[in-house]
Design a protein around this ligand. Structure first.
Ligand code: GLN
Length: 289
């Protein structure tokens, strides 16, 4: 006897609850929709539609992988972020809602038709850069990453979103290859987890996401030490920056940027009310004195 949509959904939910996952209801819905080629509406309006044997087999594969703590984003190969859908592989950090705080803040003072140049350091899947370019039709962007595999993911995402014409992608170690270029806005979500904390993370992150995108050295701050002066170097006078931080890194990261000469340095909180983004500006030529 074959399963129908509502039975599949209830069964998936029960299995993922029993596996002790933190978001079993949403995960079950996403996996059933993808396995059964169904939309969210179908489960409500067509609950008795039977799954084909292929769809049932696919659902079984998805659920057993999720029970082994593979992230939904890896099973489906995609993840929604801000207003865009991004392809995701094991070579990039899965875009997280926390990071939307960077996008939201960067857009706040970014005039709609400004032809700003945006630099995303550690571009990964392209989440921040592509979300910004999708919102600002005259802007252009450069994404840098040390991982060739990540750049391939960002390149596919830019093409799928019809943004390839406004995005350049460059393999590099942070700003190392950027000599004459100067930017209006620099954004980054660098690796900031302290090395000793990595082993305590959820298995979805610890066992499936790239260490390269997570680990920030003994105190988690290694990359900001390099980035703060370098971001100030590659900004135009009066240019802005916004970088993601760990919830307990506000004071240390603010201090690094102030030391590097940034002005109007401030920290923005995420939707969970945790410190999440340090932002500021490079002095204008007039204030540079
Ligand atoms: N926020 C991510 C996590 O806690 C880490 C992201 C990062 O290191 N940039 O899993």
């Amino acid at each position: 006897m074959s399963l129908n949509l509502v039975q599949a959904w209830k069964g998936a939910r029960a299995r993922l609850e029993a596996a002790g996952l933190s978001g079993p209801v949403i995960d079950a819905r996403l996996l059933v929709e993808a396995a059964a080629d169904a939309t969210r509406v179908d489960i409500v309006t067509d609950p008795h539609r039977a799954l084909t044997p292929e769809q049932e087999a696919r659902l079984e594969d998805y659920l057993s992988r999720r029970e082994r703590r593979e992230p939904v984003s890896h099973i489906l190969g995609r993840k929604g972020f801000w207003k865009i859908m991004l392809g995701v592989t094991k070579d990039v950090l899965t875009p997280r809602p926390d990071t939307e705080t960077v996008v939201e803040y960067a857009l706040r003072d970014f005039p709609e038709h400004a032809a700003w140049s945006v630099l995303d350091l550690g571009v990964g899947s392209g989440a921040i850069l592509l979300a910004l370019l999708a919102e600002r039709p005259a802007a252009k962007g450069l994404g840098v990453d040390v991982s060739e595999e990540a750049l391939a993911v960002a390149r596919d995402n830019a093409a799928a979103l019809d943004l390839a014409g406004r995005v350049a992608l460059l393999r590099g170690d942070w700003t190392a290859g950027l000599d004459g270029d100067r930017f209006d806005l620099v954004v980054s979500n660098p690796p900031y987890i302290a090395s000793h904390v990595i082993e305590t993370l959820e298995p979805e992150v610890r066992d499936h996401e790239p260490r390269l995108a997570l680990e920030g050295g003994a105190d988690g701050l290694d990359h900001y030490r390099v980035l703060a002066p370098e971001i100030l170097r590659v900004l135009k006078p009066g240019g802005r920056f916004a970088v993601e931080i760990g919830y307990d890194q506000k004071d240390a990261v603010e201090a690094l940027f102030k030391e590097a000469g940034a002005v109007f340095v401030q920290t923005i909180r995420d939707l969970g009310d945790r410190d999440r983004v340090v932002a500021g500006e490079k002095k204008t030529l007039e204030t540079a004195g």
